[in-house]
Design a protein around this ligand. Structure first.
Ligand SMILES: CC(C)(COP(=O)(O)OP(=O)(O)OC[C@H]1O[C@@H](n2cnc3c(N)ncnc32)[C@H](O)[C@@H]1OP(=O)(O)O)[C@@H](O)C(=O)NCCC(=O)NCCS
Length: 188
């Protein structure tokens, strides 16, 4: 489990904890989301409304019962983002999603979280690859995928569901063989 795992990151100042969200996290998650709304709205359909703390608590309760795993990203005792492992593309694939509070971007936080989620994904029985999908207009998201060692494998049209999206989804993949290779370990 990633629960309470420590993440070592190449950015020297970053020392993250990823923890599965619990209902008690609702106030901290809600505060971080509200502070991040302008930054999230172009890309994240769920950020179009501000929501409430109670709503966030109910959402955490609901997703805790799902097969998907939703984590808070914690830095020095405060929540600075969220990420998850999602079953959206078949039984052998987990898809990673992420967001980082705008006051904490460009420190390697998303990349470090993705690396930790990859380790967790490949500990999961039957998972052969991990994917990141993002809209082509979301350049920062693609840079995270590249920095974490994913390979761009394709793109397809997809109806936009957030205002910054252009409607072309890029697909990045990391398969188990590449993840396990010495070359990948050396490069990331
Ligand atoms: C995308 C996002 C998660 C990046 O988080 P982050 O913690 O800043 O990312 P990192 O610091 O790990 O940066 C990883 C790479 O992306 C690059 N990057 C980050 N933000 C960037 C930006 N706004 N423009 C261009 N490149 C950017 C970094 O320079 C780094 O590249 P490098 O390794 O070549 O130096 C963050 O901007 C965010 O939350 N965006 C809104 C939500 C979102 O788009 N989520 C993804 C939906 S698919």
């Amino acid at each position: 489990m990633v629960h309470a795992a420590r993440v070592a990151c190449q950015h020297p100042a970053v020392d993250l904890d990823l923890r599965l969200l619990a209902e008690d996290d609702a106030p901290a998650v809600q505060a971080a989301v509200v502070e991040s709304l302008d930054h999230l709205r172009p890309w994240m359909p769920w950020a179009q409304q501000e929501g409430t703390e109670d709503g966030r608590r109910a959402w955490i309760r609901q997703v805790s019962a799902d097969e998907d795993r939703h984590y808070g990203i914690w830095l020095a005792g405060r929540i600075v983002g969220g990420c998850g492992l999602h079953r959206r593309a078949g039984s052998e694939v987990l898809e990673i999603g992420y967001w980082v509070h705008p006051a904490f971007t460009r420190r390697g936080i998303a990349t470090a979280a993705v690396r930790q989620l990859c380790a967790e994904a490949f500990r999961t029985h039957g998972i052969e690859c991990v994917e990141i999908h993002h809209d082509r207009a979301n350049v920062a998201s693609g840079r995270v995928a590249a920095a974490a060692g994913f390979v761009h494998v394709g793109e397809r049209r997809r109806r936009p569901d957030a205002p910054g999206q252009e409607g072309v989804e890029l697909i990045w993949r990391l398969d188990r063989g590449r993840y396990a290779s010495a070359a990948f370990r050396a490069a990331t």
